[in-house]
Design a protein around this ligand. Structure first.
Ligand code: ZN
Length: 285
């Protein structure tokens, strides 16, 4: 199934994308796609039954309806740094021997096609197309063999990053990762059965029509079971939590000379099977 959310930022409603691409409102099901929903694995089966009986009569979304973030605000967003060797290389870093992890504030979450707001005093706002993993079953000290039982589904995520805040201002990367609108999520969460092979998905990002990133999830240094297991040694993963698995080469920081976003730029990105996003960069009011 493909779960989405729609409506204004203050009152997002659950919805679904049907196999023929039609998007419907799923408010009638009575759940948002949040921690409580993902915590109970029976909910996905109940939702399947609901679609069979009510899908035809549910309101259809207008083609231009705003998509909200595909999942409700989770307890945490955990990101994996430098998880593609070509990206580690372009930033001048050595590929890590253990996953590099950092947090992103959950207030950064926005809809997949919302404007990117370039933060005040930013000169180095950059893009990162990433595969997001959404946790289903709660877990701590999860083994790699059990890890995929803890995954509810996958989403497209643009891990926007302000490189000066991230690298030149001291302290942790979180400052450069957490500005409002720095985490567009969606258009939908795909349950694992929707993807033939999550370890072989082409991923791409364009700025103003020019391809910047052209990668594949097959090149992840640390694969999804390793990441889920690893993180759960240090913290409890709660249902609905988002893990962003890292970006391939082609970020602005890695270009010679470096290239960063400015108001008016249009950013488009996608992962095969997980849909596409489009953001327009605007100045912070
Ligand atoms: Zn990233």
């Amino acid at each position: 199934m493909k779960l989405l959310r729609h409506g204004s930022p203050d009152s997002a409603k659950p919805g679904l994308q049907l196999p023929d691409g039609t998007r419907i409102d799923a408010s009638g099901f009575g759940h948002d796609w949040n921690e409580a929903f993902f915590a109970d694995p029976a909910n996905l089966d109940l939702l399947k039954t609901w679609v069979e009986t009510h899908g035809d009569s549910a309101p259809v979304l207008e083609p231009d309806a705003r998509l909200a973030p595909a999942i409700a605000r989770p307890s945490k967003i955990i990101c994996i740094g430098l998880n593609f060797s070509d990206h580690a290389e372009e930033t001048g870093a050595t590929p890590p021997t253990e996953p590099i992890i950092f947090f992103k504030a959950t207030s950064a979450i926005c809809g997949p096609d919302d404007n990117l707001v370039i933060p005040r005093n930013s000169e180095k706002t950059d893009w990162e197309v990433e595969l997001g993993v959404v946790i289903g079953k709660k877990g701590s000290y999860v083994t790699e063999a059990e890890a995929l039982d803890h995954v509810a589904g996958y989403v497209l995520h643009n891990d926007y990053s302000e490189r000066a805040f991230q690298i030149e201002r001291g302290g942790q990367w979180v400052k450069g990762k957490s500005c409002d609108s720095f985490a567009p999520i969606g258009p939908f969460l795909a349950t694992p059965d929707e993807l033939a092979d999550v370890n072989d998905l082409p991923m791409w990002l364009k700025v103003n029509g020019e391809t910047m990133q052209d990668g594949n999830t097959s090149n992840l240094i640390f694969k999804i079971p390793t990441i889920v297991s690893y993180l759960s040694q240090f913290m409890t993963l709660l249902p609905g939590d988002l893990i962003s698995t890292g970006t391939p080469a082609g970020v602005g920081l890695g270009m010679k000379p470096p290239k960063f976003l400015k108001p008016g730029d249009v950013i488009e990105l996608g992962i095969e099977g997980l849909g596409e996003q489009r953001q327009e960069a605007v100045a912070c009011p």
